[in-house]
Structures are given as C-alpha cells and as structure tokens.
Design a protein around this ligand. Structure first.
Ligand SMILES: *Cc1c(COP(=O)(O)O)cnc(C)c1O
Length: 422
C-alpha cells in the first residue's frame, strides 16, 4: 500500500545525496523499533547502517524518547548566549568524564559539519591570538569531514567537492595512513611549513565515508607525537567513530591518544536529534579568554546546546556506558569476524576489515563512489529485508548496538546470496 503523502514528497521534497533523475521510488517508513524500520506496506528492514551511522541503541528507544518528552515539557529551547541550562551543563560534565584526558571544555553546535567548522575556526583564531599567522590546515587523503565549506576544504577532493574546488581553502594533504607513509609526509610538512601550520585534522583509525578504511594506532600515536613536538594542534574528528563505534568510547582512546580538539555528532543523541559538540583542551579555551572582546569566538548557531537534544544525549550516553551495551558491541564485533570469514573466500571479495561494530570489504567492480555495484546490492538487500548502502564498491555494516549476533549473521547471509548472483 502506498501512502498518499508519498506523492507530496515526490512533488515538494529535495533529498540529500540523491540524484532525483534516476533514483527509484523512496521507501515510505512509518515506524521504527529496535533494529528495524517498518515500511508502509507492512514489511520491515533491518537497519544495518544505523540510519547513516547515527542510531546507536535501536529506533524509538524508550529511555531516550522519555528523556526527550520530559525535557520538551520543561524547557524546549533558550538562547545559549547569556544563559545556561542543566541539560547542557550536565552533558558537558559527563562528556569530560569520558573523553580522552585533558579535554575539559565543550562547545555545542548542530551536526558533524558544524562541529568540524567550529574546530577549524578555533584552531585558526587561536594562532591569531598568539600573534602568529598560521593559515594552513593539514588533512588526510580520503578524509571526509562534512559538507559545509570549511569541512569540504578539509575533506579529500572527490565527486562531492569538485564543483566547489575554486572556493575551498588551501589544505596540505597527507597520505591516507591505511596505505601510505603519513608520518614521513608529516615530518616533511612540518620541516617545510611548520610555522604556517595551525592544525592537523584526522578521522582517527577509520576513514569512514572515504571508504571505511581502517588505519593504525601506531600512525595515530605518531601524528600526536609530531604535532605535539611542533606545537601544532591535533583535531580528531570522531563524528563517525565516537560513542563506541570502534569498541571503546572514542577511537583516540583505543590508541591512548589525546587530541587538542575533538569533534562529536552522529551517535551523540543515540540518533534521535541533531547535535554537534567540539571538545577542547583548557589551553585552547584559555587562548580566547580576555578582557578584549575581539578575542571572542564569534561562532554560534540558533539551536546551540538545544536542551532537548542535550537530554537525549545524556540518556544515550547512559546506555552506551552500561555493561550490557559494552557486551553487545563485543558480540557484534565477533559476529562481523565470523561473517566476513565466511565471505572472505569469494573471488569478488577483498580487504575484509573490522574495527569494533564496523565491518567492511571491497567488492571487485568499478571502484569509486559512483560504482553501480553498490546500488545493485542495496536494492537486492532491501528486497530481502535489509538496509545496506555501500559506498560505491565498498560494502560495510554498521548496525545499532542492540543488533543481535544472529541478526548480524543474517545480514551476511543476504550479502552472500547477492555475491552468488554475480
Ligand atoms: C558524517 C561525518 C561528518 C559530517 O557530519 P554531518 O552531521 O553529516 O554534518 C563529519 N565528519 C565525519 C567523520 C563524518 O563521518
């Protein structure tokens, strides 16, 4: 049964990352519960990508829904300049407790892109306060940091950013540590242009949108040592990796690394509401504290630290920190290893990789984001009751933490059946 509102969507809505010229009909979703999305025709889809990596604990999770309802009836929103409120204060304190050591201040924004914009702007302005002109940011090949202009500049050049290349600021590009020597390149960059370098930004241990490319803890530690020695800020973009995705709460924690600035969003509210957060070391914050009003960080968004989003984030964090959730994440990781093990012998499957609850492999086909094989798999999987959205020929699973090992195995069965059709 097609709901009548679908025609309104067709007539009036412009969807993200969507070519309206050749996209099959959108699937009408009417309800979510746990790992599943329920469609208007009564069928359901297992959400194996956590609805674009945001959902942590399942759809419509009651504890988070209740926290939202209660906060919405108490204080739904207030201007955050000149005012404080309990949900933001408590959330910031709770984050500082669990973030890598030394990150003591939290700046709130709206989403991952704005968390990155704030980080980059802080880094550049901080050097101005210190009386140095340091316009240069270094970033990794294959990085993805978001779709606003600063975040696009830091992201690797791709089909996403090409139309805007003339409008992006200069970024020193370092090799992708999953297959390049990032440390030698960083040494050379610091030698040549260290005095211009404001910050290095990385997606720690997992270049996510750039192809689920897993990279090493040693390289991350090496980047931290070198940036620290050179006095250059290290920005960790944990928008995708934060809140347990790679196993521990933050990917930096896996490597024992503490950045100067750390960006969060995506899973922060458990996938209920948009919220971004940029955590910084006290020195970064202190560089802005002055009687001179020009030293203010003149950045903010209308909904900065929205109380309802902060309440959702606190409820989600409580679940994430529970023993049950830690166990579930470990079970998902084992189920990934078993599932990938079954696929690994297939001639079309290469580079199987797992980090925490994220698993991926490359499918032999035309490479790149526009490879049609990913769409074919997505359509096949949807017919079999599973939501997958490969990045071109890179197939990945990133299920909510409430997904059972059997459900994960079922997703690998669907992928295996697709491989058999090739
Ligand atoms: C998704 C993502 C972003 C952008 O977040 P939005 O909420 O989509 O703006 C930034 N950085 C990383 C690592 C991401 O995966």
């Amino acid at each position: 049964m097609t709901p009548e509102w679908l025609a309104l969507d067709h007539a009036h809505v412009w969807h993200p990352y969507t070519q309206h010229g050749n996209t099959p009909d959108f699937l009408p979703v009417v309800r979510g519960e746990g790992t599943y999305l329920h469609l208007a025709d009564g069928t359901r889809l297992l959400d194996a990508i956590s609805s674009w990596w945001v959902n942590l604990h399942g759809h419509a999770r009651p504890e988070i829904a209740d926290a939202i309802a209660e906060q919405a009836r108490t204080l739904e929103q207030v201007i955050f300049a000149g005012f404080a409120h309990e949900p933001a204060a408590r959330l910031a304190a709770e984050l500082v407790q669990v973030l890598p050591a030394g990150l003591t201040r939290v700046f709130f924004s709206d989403d991952g892109s704005t968390a990155v914009e704030a980080a980059v702007k802080m880094a550049i302005q901080l050097w101005a306060h210190r009386g140095e002109r340091r316009p240069l940011v270094a970033a990794l090949e294959n990085a993805y940091h978001g779709d606003t202009f600063g975040a696009m500049s830091a992201s690797a050049s791709s089909v996403f950013t090409d139309p805007f290349s003339a409008h992006l600021f200069e970024v020193a590009r370092l090799p992708d540590p999953s297959d390049g020597d990032v440390l030698s390149a960083l040494d050379a960059l610091i030698d040549r242009r260290g005095h211009e370098l404001a910050a290095v930004i990385v997606e720690p241990l997992l270049l996510a949108a750039g192809g689920m490319r897993v990279w090493g803890e040693d390289a991350l530690r090496g980047i931290r040592e070198r940036t620290e020695r050179a006095g250059v800020l290290l920005i960790a973009d944990e928008v995708a990796t934060g809140f347990g995705r790679t196993g521990p709460l933050f990917a930096c924690g896996r490597a024992g690394v503490s950045p100067d600035i750390l960006c969060m969003s995506k899973g922060i509210t458990g996938g209920f509401l948009p919220l971004g957060a940029t955590a910084v070391r006290e020195e970064v914050f202190q560089a802005f504290v002055s009687p001179d009003r020009r030293r203010t960080f003149f950045h903010g968004h209308s909904y900065t630290a929205n109380p309802v989003a902060c309440a959702a984030a606190r409820a989600s964090l409580r679940i994430t920190l529970s023993d049950a959730c830690t166990r579930s994440r470990a079970e998902i990781e084992s189920a990934h290893r078993a599932g990938l093990g079954r696929l690994a012998g297939h001639p079309r499957v290469s580079a199987p990789r797992v980090i925490g609850t994220v698993a991926a492999f490359d499918l032999a086909a035309d490479a790149g984001y526009l490879s049609p094989i990913g769409r074919q798999l997505a359509e096949f999987a949807a017919r079999q009751g599973v939501l997958l959205r490969p990045l071109g020929n890179v197939v990945y699973l990133m299920p909510p933490y409430c997904t059972t090992a059997d459900e994960v195995a079922g997703v690998y069965d669907v992928v295996a059946r697709f491989l058999d059709t090739l």
